[in-house]
Design a protein around this ligand. Structure first.
Ligand code: DGL
Length: 254
């Protein structure tokens, strides 16, 4: 069991940012990455639609014999993580907007959470927000356009910068201490966000924390690979557009 692959999925390319962290932390593991570009954006789907789509991916991973599944998507985690844990008898790791470090590390100033509409609306995030609402002012900002640009392989340049500017038009940046990147696609836009907003504001994401969490859980269950050589990464994508696979490998090596 311990040398079986780990399954990681997202609506498209975004989860590659999480795969990058897990691969860095556990290079000797084998990974299967499933990008569901055919069904993107998850951020505009209903919970019921997401359950159906994501459970098909979960079943695919079980057929492939994975030892654990990482839902490398904040949107899918908020909609289906409980269902996954009830359906599959292997460790299920999710990702959620990294509000905790934002509140604890950068105490002064308001916090912006960038995420999809579904993530910001679902109970999971709102209970998390309730926990911290007395400690910091939290501003929710949905950013669907940023998903589209990354999915098209664009991580820098005018189009990206204009989309970022638009999001912050009505926000007084002097009052903001940090921005939580609550969607795995946005992690690829860190440089562009810094270019538009400057270096003062801290950008926080849950990629590394999720990788660490995966490692701890596998270790506790004695499921870490004992291979001494580097593992492999297999990328599959639900879209017929073959360029998605090529683009995914490019982002993985960015
Ligand atoms: N990457 C996904 C997330 O972390 C969502 C992108 C989408 O809307 O499909 O929430």
């Amino acid at each position: 069991m311990r040398n079986r692959p780990i399954g990681i999925f997202d609506s498209g390319m975004g989860g590659i940012s999480v795969l990058r962290e897990t691969k860095k932390l556990m290079p000797n593991e084998d990974y299967i990455y499933y990008g569901d570009s055919q069904n993107i954006p998850y951020g505009k789907k209903t919970k019921e639609e997401l359950e159906k789509i994501c459970l098909d991916i979960g079943d695919y991973f079980i057929d492939r014999g994975v030892k654990s599944i990482v839902i490398a998507c904040n949107t899918a985690t908020s909609a289906v993580v409980d269902k996954f844990r009830n359906s599959y008898n292997i460790p299920i790791i999710g990702i959620e907007p990294a509000l905790k470090p934002a509140v604890e590390v950068y105490k002064s100033g308001k916090i912006v959470v960038l995420a999809t509409e579904v993530t910001l609306k679902e109970n999971k995030f709102n209970s998390l927000m309730d926990k911290y609402k007395n400690k910091a002012e939290i501003i929710k900002v949905p950013a669907p356009k940023l998903v589209t640009v990354v999915e098209n392989g664009i991580t820098e340049g005018n189009q990206v910068e204009e989309s970022i500017k638009e999001l912050f038009e009505d926000i007084n940046m002097n009052e903001i201490s940090s921005i939580v990147l609550g969607c795995t696609h946005y992690i690829f836009l860190k440089d562009a966000i810094k270019k538009v907003l400057g270096n003062r504001v801290k950008l926080i994401d849950g990629g590394f924390g999720t990788a660490q969490n995966l490692k701890n859980i596998l270790s506790r269950r004695d499921l870490l690979s004992d291979k001494v050589i580097d593992g492999g990464v297999e990328i599959v994508n639900s879209s017929e557009d073959e360029s998605k696979i090529e683009l995914s490998y490019k982002l993985l090596n960015m």
